[in-house]
Design a protein around this ligand. Structure first.
Ligand code: BDR
Ligand code: CA
Length: 311
């Protein structure tokens, strides 16, 4: 039976690819997509999520708008990475599918209460505001979530928005703290692994060679998205952060990691949003996450390209 998932997202070119990979995969049933403010403001992330559903021909998947600002802080965005719209690169039509009625947080709570306990996985690809708000408002759902598989944080790579923090955690550290302390089984795909999922020239050409609107759009998204990382890190191409979440669900054997304790820094100005990851088992703090460190990048890209070819 397909694993039921809710994708919580702030598209973002890499979010878009993560969503396309999920929609292309019969092993996953996407119950809904919940948009959150992050890479760009909510008005754009909910729009971009609908653009992606239309690109995939999946206007049956409901898209909900969620929180437009972090729990306690002013929104920090990342247009410097993703462009003004968040989805710069390809020219895609304005979406015509409507937003689903109701708030994303209510959708998350109602879905978890309706579905059998332990059957729904949450897949956050952006700041954790929607998920934390749902957990705060309805603590009973924590015991009903199968697992939370999220992109966020870093240990060896340390940070990308500050010297010590990864963007998704930095934008809403209080929300991240709620999620990391929720007791829900967590799988974390940090920069340590996503910086190894690089779209090199030949990998981008493989998307283009699909010869489909999806293949072309993904190639153009990564073309745009790569200039930032190439300039900053001198890397071979764009890191596909968020698709690591979907790929882990589909083929966890492509990844390796450790069960460790991860705490979130919410106070220090210098290291705000840091994921303090006890990778070396230095403390006896309880393990609360499977923290992924490595992947088979060629296996990841062949899975991704093959699946995108189905759309
Ligand atoms: C994360 O931040 C966003 O810019 C990407 O979409 C990804 O979710 C990487 O730090
Ligand atoms: Ca994202």
């Amino acid at each position: 039976m397909a694993e039921k998932i809710i994708i919580d997202t702030d598209p973002g070119q890499d979010d878009a690819v993560a969503i396309l990979l999920a929609l292309a995969s019969p092993e996953l049933e996407v119950l809904g997509i919940t948009a959150v403010a992050g890479n760009v403001p909510l008005t754009l992330t909910q729009r971009n999520a609908r653009i992606v559903c239309e690109l995939a021909g999946r206007t049956d998947v409901p898209v909900y708008a969620g929180c437009d600002a972090p729990l306690k802080r002013k929104l920090v965005t990342a247009e410097h990475v993703h462009g003004k719209t968040g989805l710069d690169g390809p020219v895609l039509p304005e979406p015509t599918m409507p937003l689903a009625e109701g708030h994303a947080v209510d959708f998350i709570i109602e879905t978890l209460r309706r579905e059998a306990p332990g059957t729904v996985t949450l897949c956050p690809l952006g700041p954790l505001t929607n998920v934390a708000t749902a957990l705060q408002r309805a603590p009973d759902i924590a015991g009903r979530i199968r697992r939370i598989v999220l992109m966020g944080g870093a240990y060896f790579e340390v940070g990308n928005i500050t010297p010590t923090a990864e963007f998704n955690i930095y934008v809403d550290p209080e929300a991240a703290e709620i999620v990391f302390r929720s007791g829900v089984p967590l799988v974390v795909l940090p920069l340590d692994v996503t910086h190894k999922a690089l779209v090199t020239g030949p990998r981008n050409q493989a998307f283009r060679d699909l010869g489909t609107p999806v293949g072309k759009a993904v190639a153009e998204m990564t073309d745009f998205f790569e200039r930032f990382d190439k300039e900053k890190y001198g890397s071979d191409g764009a890191p596909l952060h968020d698709p690591c979440v979907t790929a882990w669900l589909l083929k966890p054997g492509l990844f390796t990691g450790r069960e460790i304790n991860v705490e979130i820094e919410t106070v220090s100005e210098l290291t705000l949003g840091m994921t303090v990851a006890d990778w070396w088992g230095i403390t006896d703090r309880p393990k609360n996450a499977l923290f992924i460190g490595d992947l088979d990048a060629d296996g990841f890209f062949s899975l991704l390209t093959e699946r995108l070819g189905r759309l």
